[in-house]
Design a protein around this ligand. Structure first.
Ligand code: URA
Length: 430
């Protein structure tokens, strides 16, 4: 009997797998076609059994570490003991990483981030940054160290050498309806985040209709499991559950979110975007043992130190100095206001739909992204509106009646709604 078969029988029966068994299957996932016992069928069966039966903390830790060890590990905390990292489960207009990194660095807490690409309705930090002329994200360990020494932050893109086993398992999860399994999500995220070797990690787990896991209870469970797993792997961690029932802040889109970053670092950030950013800064600074007060973060904005770090960091990663000296945010030029069809309270925003529409308009049928396509939110949930008042504004490359109608349909106005009841809580600390 193949070893995979007996491991699958045990997981199907709801038993806990040993670390050695989990290492065996991850080694099979890494070996690809050359593994005789762990082919797609066996790995898919494991994923389904894990999704249905669950994985306990020890199994999740073992899966995380085995996936981590399938690729490169940088152990940067050996050189930068207070190094922190932040991960978001993804949303629309989630510009937080771009603001958090320079602010913490300006307060003396070094930050490394290997960021991801846009996926589905969610925007990717890497794609947003690449809208800055010249900026490069292909960092290796040596370059990260140089950047951390010189400016206190390094932001790159996760390469295929980080946790390669996750790539195969993630693709199989997509085919086997097991994407939403909390322990599998945990191991996937944590294995990649642990690879740089930051001393503390903070997770921003989004909840609400624009989140990867819309249900609040599931978001809380994921947040808890991420923290427990990272701590079981020997790193410090904390998590916040934050609202994604509407785009965060004002701007969504690539160039638009870089603009939002500059606005935030110049003291003009939207209140909800700043609140989430500050709360995550505080949580991770506390976790790494270098607490930073709200006052210091606000001072880093008011003094311009955060903006200065952003500019110095971007220049060292190749951004055009002339652009940085005088940033121009070129949005798509066809402006389409979306207006309230009647009087009432803004009671709902279909955030996923808006994210998908932006992605559709920015990509069209091309492979490259039109960075200028964007959305500006004018109203927030709970705002009381008159008929015809502007809800939001699209910036498109061309008139697209179908897309505009779909975007308009993403907003629900209810004359009877209680504004207090439709305003979701923004930040929940676990
Ligand atoms: N992001 C990841 O990297 N992995 C998951 O499983 C889900 C979100």
């Amino acid at each position: 009997m193949k070893p995979a078969f007996s491991i699958l029988e045990r997981k199907r029966a709801g038993e806990s797998l040993s670390e050695a068994e989990i290492r065996d299957l991850v080694a099979g996932a890494s070996a690809g076609a050359s593994s005789s016992s762990w082919g797609d069928a066996e790995l898919g069966a494991f994923l389904m059994a894990a999704a249905v039966r669950g994985l306990d903390l020890e199994e999740t830790r073992a899966l995380t570490l085995a996936m981590l060890e399938s690729g490169e590990q940088w152990d940067l905390a050996a050189d930068f003991p207070a190094l922190v990292d932040k991960h978001s489960t993804g949303g629309v207009a989630d510009t937080v990483s771009l603001i958090l990194a320079p602010l913490l660095a300006a307060c003396g807490v070094p930050v490394v981030m290997l960021t991801g690409r846009s996926l589905g309705h969610t925007g990717g930090t890497a794609d947003k940054l690449e809208s800055i002329p010249g900026l490069r994200l292909d960092l290796d360990r040596a370059e990260c160290c140089r950047l951390l020494d010189e400016v206190g932050t390094a932001i790159g893109v996760a390469t295929g050498d980080i946790a390669p086993a996750d790539r195969r398992l993630y693709a199989l999860r997509d085919r086997t309806a097991t994407i939403s399994s909390i322990p599998l999500i945990t191991a996937s995220i944590a294995s990649k985040k642990l690879a740089t070797g930051a001393a503390a990690l903070v997770f921003d787990v989004k909840t609400g209709n624009g989140a990867f896991l819309p249900d609040r209870a599931q978001g809380e469970e994921l947040a808890r499991r991420l923290v427990e797993t990272v701590e079981a792997a020997g790193r410090r961690s904390s998590a916040l559950v934050t609202d994604m029932n509407q785009p965060l802040g004002v701007w969504a889109g690539h160039t638009a979110e870089v603009r939002a970053t500059f606005e935030a670092l110049e003291g003009e950030g939207a209140a909800d975007l700043m609140e989430v950013t500050y709360a995550l800064c505080e949580a991770v600074a506390e976790a790494v043992g270098q607490p930073v007060s709200r006052r210091r973060l606000e001072d880093a904005v008011a003094s311009g130190k955060g903006r200065d770090v952003f500019v110095r960091w971007a220049e060292r990663q190749g951004a055009d100095p002339a652009w940085l000296a005088e940033p121009r945010f070129e949005l798509a030029t066809v402006e389409v206001p979306l207006r309230a069809p009647g009087a009432g309270v803004l009671a709902g925003v279909d955030t996923t739909r808006l994210g998908l529409l932006l992605s559709r308009a920015a990509r069209g049928s091309r492979t490259d992204i039109d960075y200028g396509v964007s959305l500006r939110m004018v109203q927030r949930l709970g705002d009381e509106l008159q008929e015809g008042q502007e809800l939001a504004r699209l910036y498109l490359r061309r008139e697209d009646e179908g897309l505009i109608a779909e975007a308009q349909g993403a907003f629900t106005i209810d004359p009877l709604a209680d504004p207090e009841k439709v305003r979701p809580p923004l930040v929940e600390r676990l």
